[in-house]
Design a protein around this ligand. Structure first.
Ligand code: NAP
Length: 335
């Protein structure tokens, strides 16, 4: 059976996901598109034989020929589309964020629970990255004993002028927020944000770098650096210190060069390339799960927990104090 997919939002990541669903992955076909910019949707449809453009995301969700929905529109629109897909009983893959507030995520959680079906997957692709999976396996297999600390960093060479301090949390560190919680299977209880001296490459509306300190329920301490004008490359680092050893995220594959009196390996520059394979694995997994009737990747509860954590980090950044991370009790539905 082919999964007939409708995509809402055909901007940067929307078009990438359409290309993957069409040219790389198996078992799905993009049959419907919608975007607030109709011309953009028409353009995207031009390369997709048989794909129909709908005037609104709501019309796309309601279309009889659409089995499942991919939401890649602007963040503030996610809640409405995800709730619409749930109401229609259709599996939905929603790019992060699930919604822009914790309350909105909770509305999605409640709507999904009310259907009794697991329909929602959130686009936290790091869980599908080969390196993160190997790191998780080492932790789960007990190779380093119980985790005690995590040191991590999220560095970009540069960001556009429109990138401001809050985005360091809600757009950048949000990936660590989800991936680290999944990695050690532990919830968070508090956050603090430290602001070292700014790099000269930043601007008035962006504290760069920052350090996010998170404490988990079991007492693990996480320190995460976000440095988005680091200049040298896109570099994702993660080291988990356990009772019996230390496990680190592997470096992305790269040829080791001995040349011009130097031993060197290239450092990636483009974040899209760093996780390109994981997007493929993530969406292929979603296709299979959507067809089987039970979406199984990062779920609405994970989207909610990430939003609660991000809110606490933002509060901590504004106040300079330790902010508690207070989430609802996890419903049995997401056990
Ligand atoms: P983008 O290039 O701006 O694309 C968003 C698209 O949605 C644009 O075509 C936009 O049209 C359209 N849109 C806006 N409001 C809409 C509405 N009400 N209904 C339908 N379409 C609407 O943004 P992007 O970079 O692709 O990001 C999209 C989402 O993916 C964001 O939530 C982002 O955080 C997420 N994302 C995730 C990752 C990841 O690593 N997992 C990476 C990149 C992006 P206009 O341009 O005309 O407004």
């Amino acid at each position: 059976m082919t999964l007939n997919v409708g995509v809402i939002g055909v901007g940067m990541i929307g078009r990438e996901h359409i290309a993957r669903l069409t040219d790389k992955l198996v078992g799905a076909k993009v049959v419907a598109l919608a975007d607030v910019n109709a011309k953009s949707a028409e353009e995207a449809a031009a390369g997709l034989p048989g794909a129909k453009v709908y005037p609104t995301g709501e019309a796309l969700i309601a279309a009889a020929g659409v089995d499942a929905v991919v939401v890649t529109s602007w963040g503030p629109t996610h809640e409405g589309y995800v709730l619409g897909a749930i109401k229609a009983g259709k599996p939905v893959f929603c790019e992060k964020p699930l919604a822009t507030t914790a309350e909105a995520c909770l509305r999605i959680v409640e709507a999904e629970i009310a259907t009794g079906r697991h329909l929602v997957q959130v686009g936290f692709q790091r869980r599908y990255d080969k390196g993160y999976r190997a790191l998780k396996k080492a932790i789960d297999d007990g190779v380093i004993g119980a985790p005690l600390m995590i040191h991590c960093a999220h560095r970009n060479p540069s960001v556009p002028e429109a990138y401001v301090s809050d985005m360091a949390i809600v757009d950048t560190f949000i990936h660590e927020i989800d991936a680290l919680r999944w990695l050690i299977d532990d919830d968070y209880v508090s956050a603090q944000v430290l602001t070292p001296r700014n790099t000269k490459h930043t601007h008035a509306k962006l504290n760069d770098p920052i350090i996010v300190l998170i404490a988990t329920k079991s007492g693990v301490r996480i320190d995460g650096e976000v440095f988005v004008n680091c200049r040298y490359g896109y570099d994702i680092r993660c080291e988990v210190v356990g009772e019996e050893g230390v496990a680190s995220l592997p470096e992305p594959e790269s040829v080791v060069l001995r040349k011009d009196a130097k031993l060197s390996t290239a450092i990636m520059q483009d974040w899209k390339l760093r996780f390109i394979d994981s997007y493929d694995v993530e969406l292929q997994d979603w296709i299979e799960a959507a067809k089987s009737g039970k979406v199984s990747g990062p779920n609405a509860w994970d989207g909610y927990f990430a939003a609660v954590t991000a809110d606490a980090c933002l509060k901590a950044m504004r106040t300079g104090e330790v902010a508690p991370i207070v989430a609802r009790a996890r419903p049995a539905f997401y056990a």
